[in-house]
Design a protein around this ligand. Structure first.
Ligand code: GUN
Ligand code: ZN
Length: 642
C-alpha cells in the first residue's frame, strides 16, 4: 500500500492513499452507500462533493441474488456506477444489529476481492461496550485469527482489519498490537457505534487512544460509524484518517438535520440555520409539507453538505496548525465532548500526544477554553523549561503580563540587573529572554482567563520557584551594570537550550560570538561563532535553524543517536549534496526529535552529512516507506542557503 503524509498537525495528517482506483486524500469522509437503497447516487456525490472514496456493504450485495451476480460479473464499481475508490464492509454490523449472520468469514473476504473492492474488510466480531471482559477477550482473539487467514486470501485488494476490545483499554491495546503484526493496510476502530449513539465521547476518546497508540503509524486508521461531524475533529486529532457515515441518511429518514453543533428535528425548527444549496433553494414550510421520499433526499443532501464542509474545515485547520482550536470549539458546543477532552489531559496521553506535536505552527495559538492549557505544545514548553532552566541568581523578579513581546517593556530593567525577570503568564513562568519564542509571542489569550486555567498557571509558577529554589524579590539588586548582560545574547542562550538541550549554549557559543540583527525589525537573524555562521533565527517563530557549521559542533558534542537521523550509507552522497531524506532510507533516529525539529543527518557510520528539518518523529520515520522524513536544509557539500 502506498500511503504518504503531506502535511500534519500533531497526529492529524493530510495524507495520500493510493488504491487501484486513484488517490484518496485523507482525512476523508466516506459516505455509506446502501446498495439496496441508493438515496443519492455516488455519481452525484462525486459531482457535488468531489468524493474520491465511498463505502458500501459487501454482505448486503452478497445476500441479494441480483446484486451478487451483477457485482461478480461486472464489479462493484459498475454496480454503484462510481469510478473512484470503493471500500467494502463485511456484515459485522448486521450481525450486531440482527444477530447471527450466515456467511463464512473467509468467503466474504474472497467475495469482496472478487467484486473488485479497493479496500475490503474482514468479518470481525463486534465488541459491544456492555459485554464482559472475558467475552470481549474471546472476540478479539477470534477477530485476530480471522484477520490472519484473511490476509492470505486478499489478493490485490487492500485489507482492513478492525481493532475491537469494547471499552477495555488493555484489550484494545492488545488487539491493536496483534493486528500490527498482520499484513494489512487499514485499521478501522470498531465497536464504537453504541458509544456514539449515547454520546459517550469520553469513552470514545479512550478507545481511539488505546487503539491508535499501538498501531503502525504508516497504516491508515478508520473510525467505523463516526456519524456526526461533532466528533470528526476529535477523531482526526487522535490520528484517525478515515471516517464513514451513514448518519446523513439515517437522520434524514427521521427528519433530522445535521449541524456543526448537533442535530435538530425538522419539526422543531421554524427556520433552517443553513445556507447550503438545499436550504437556500427550499423554504422550510415547503420542506415540511413535501412528499416524504423527496424530503428525505433533500435532508440527506443538506446533511452531506454539512459533513463535507466540516471535513474541509478540518483540512484547513491541519494545514494552518489550528486543529486544537477546532477540537476545543466542539467541546464548548457539547458537554459530552467537553468530558472527552478531559481524557486528553491525562498525563500519559499528553506525553504521547507531545511526541507528534510540531515545534511550531503557521498560525498563532488561540485560547478557547480550559482545555487550551493542556495542549501538547504548552505541555512541552513547560517540560522543557523545567528541565533546561539555569537560574543565574537565587532571586527573581516576577512580573505581570503586559503586551507582547514582554521585552519591549522590561528590557531596560532586565539589562540593569543580574536578577532574572520572570513573567507570569497563562503558560506559566516565562523568563524574559524566551518571550519571542513560539508559541509565547504568537499566542492570544483574553484579558481574563477562566479560573481553572488561572489556578493551573499559578501552580506552575509556584513549582518553578520551588524547583529552582528561587525567592521572589520586588527590588532589583542595585549595582554596576554587568557588561555580560545583553538580552540578545541571553535570548540566543535560552533558545538554544530550549531547542537543543540544557547547557548546549555553552558549547555553541564557546568562542567569539557575533549576533546579526535585522536592520528593519531589530530581531536576531544570524549567529556566528568564530566567524562561522552556525544558526539563523526564523522571524515568524523565533526559533533557530541549524547551519552546517552549527551542526558540526552538535555532532561532535552529542554522541549518537542524539539529534541524529541515520540514513543508509548508500544515500550519503545525495544528502551531502542537499537532497531530502526519504523515510525509506532512514535506519534510525533520535527518539527525542519532534516534527519540525532541526536535526543532524548522518550515515550508518555516523559521518556527518548535513542538517535539516524533520517532518516526522522517530516512530513515523521508521514506519513509513514513502514520503519525505527530513527536508535537508544544507548538505556538507551543498553550500546553498535554503
Ligand atoms: N460498522 C460499524 N461498526 C463496525 C465494526 O465494529 N466492524 C465492522 N466491520 N463494521 C462496522
Ligand atoms: Zn442546509
Amino acid at each position: 500500500m502506498r500511503f504518504e503524509i503531506k502535511d500534519r498537525d500533531g497526529l492529524a495528517r493530510i495524507g495520500v492513499l493510493e488504491t487501484r482506483h486513484g488517490k484518496v486524500e485523507t482525512p476523508a469522509l466516506l459516505p455509506v452507500i446502501n446498495p439496496n437503497k441508493v438515496l443519492i447516487e455516488p455519481k452525484e456525490m462525486k459531482k457535488l462533493f468531489k468524493i474520491d472514496i465511498l463505502i458500501t456493504n459487501s454482505y448486503i450485495i452478497y445476500k441479494n441474488k441480483r446484486l451478487k451476480e451483477f457485482a461478480l460479473s461486472k464489479g462493484v464499481h459498475k454496480l454503484l456506477d462510481f469510478d473512484g475508490s470503493i471500500m467494502t464492509d463485511s456484515g459485522t454490523f448486521q450481525s450486531y444489529v440482527y444477530g447471527d449472520i450466515d456467511v463464512d468469514p473467509i468467503e466474504i473476504v474472497e467475495f469482496q476481492r472478487d467484486i473488485g473492492s479497493d479496500i475490503g474488510t474482514i468479518l470481525d466480531l463486534f465488541t459491544n461496550p456492555e459485554e464482559s471482559y472475558d467475552e470481549t477477550k474471546r472476540k478479539i482473539n477470534e477477530t485476530v485469527r480471522r484477520a490472519r487467514i484473511s490476509s492470505k486470501v486478499k489478493g490485490e485488494m487492500l485489507l482492513a482489519c478492525p481493532v475491537q476490545g469494547g471499552t477495555y483499554e488493555d484489550l484494545r491495546a492488545a488487539c491493536a498490537k496483534k493486528m500490527s503484526e498482520i499484513e494489512c493496510d487499514v485499521h478501522p476502530i470498531g465497536g464504537v457505534v453504541p458509544l456514539m449513539e449515547n454520546q459517550r465521547y469520553d469513552d470514545l476518546a479512550k478507545v481511539i487512544i488505546s487503539s491508535k497508540r499501538y498501531l503502525p503509524l504508516s497504516r491508515v486508521v478508520h473510525l467505523f460509524g463516526a456519524g456526526h461531524p461533532l466528533v470528526f475533529p476529535l477523531a482526526v486529532i487522535l490520528g484517525v484518517d478515515l471516517v464513514d457515515s451513514a448518519s446523513y441518511a439515517k437522520y434524514a429518514r427521521d427528519d433530522r438535520l445535521i449541524f456543526p453543533w448537533g442535530t435538530e428535528k425538522l419539526e422543531d425548527l421554524e427556520e433552517i440555520p443553513c445556507n447550503c444549496p438545499v436550504c437556500t433553494s427550499t423554504d422550510i414550510k415547503e420542506l415540511k409539507e413535501m412528499d416524504k421520499v423527496e424530503r428525505e433526499k433533500k435532508i440527506a443532501l443538506h446533511n452531506l453538505y454539512i459533513c463535507f464542509s466540516e471535513m474541509k474545515r478540518i483540512k484547513v485547520a491541519i494545514k494552518e496548525g489550528s486543529l486544537w482550536e477546532l477540537v476545543e470549539e466542539k467541546s464548548s458546543l457539547n458537554p459530552m465532548m467537553f468530558d472527552a477532552l478531559r481524557v486528553l489531559e491525562r498525563e500519559d496521553v499528553k506525553e504521547w500526544l507531545e511526541k507528534f506535536e510540531s515545534i511550531s505552527k503557521k498560525s498563532a495559538l488561540f485560547y478557547v477554553n480550559p482545555h487550551t492549557l493542556h495542549r501538547p505544545i504548552i505541555y512541552r514548553y513547560q517540560k522543557r523549561l523545567f528541565s533546561v532552566y539555569r537560574p543565574r541568581e537565587k532571586e527573581v523578579v516576577l512580573k505581570e503580563e503586559v503586551e507582547k513581546p514582554y521585552s519591549r517593556y522590561y528590557r531596560e530593567e532586565w539589562e540593569k540587573s543580574k536578577i532574572d525577570i520572570i513573567v507570569k503568564t497563562p503558560f506559566g513562568p516565562i523568563p524574559l529572554p524566551l518571550d519571542e519564542m513560539y508559541p509565547i509571542a504568537q499566542s492570544v489569550f483574553p484579558k481574563n482567563i477562566d479560573e481553572e486555567s488561572k489556578i493551573l498557571s499559578e501552580k506552575l509558577i509556584k513549582e518553578f520557584l520551588e524547583k529552582f529554589e528561587l525567592k521572589e524579590t520586588k527590588e532589583r539588586r542595585k549595582g554596576k551594570r554587568d557588561l555580560d548582560l545583553d538580552l540578545d545574547l541571553d535570548r540566543v542562550r535560552y533558545i538554544i537550550d530550549m531547542q537543543f538541550g540544557k547547557g548546549v549554549s555553552d558549547i555553541l557559543l564557546d568562542g567569539e560570538v557575533k549576533i546579526v540583527k535585522s536592520k528593519s525589525t531589530g530581531k536576531i537573524r544570524n549567529v556566528y561563532l568564530n566567524g562561522k555562521h552556525i544558526l539563523s533565527m526564523r522571524a515568524q517563530d523565533g526559533l533557530f535553524t541549524l547551519k552546517v557549521d552549527g551542526g558540526r559542533i552538535l555532532h561532535t558534542y552529542y554522541a549518537s543517536p542524539r539529534f541524529r537521523v541515520v540514513v543508509e550509507n548508500n544515500v550519503s552522497d545525495y544528502i551531502k549534496n542537499g537532497r531530502n531524506v526519504f523515510s525509506k532510507f532512514v535506519v534510525d533516529c533520535d527518539s527525542n526529535l519532534r516534527p519540525f525539529d532541526e536535526c543532524l543527518i548522518v550515515s550508518e557510520d555516523d559521518d556527518f552529512l548535513g542538517v535539516g528539518r524533520c517532518l516526522l518523529n522517530r516512530d513515523e520515520m521508521l514506519s513509513f516507506n514513502y514520503g519525505i522524513a527530513v527536508k535537508t536544509r544544507e548538505g556538507v557539500k551543498d553550500g546553498r542557503n535554503n
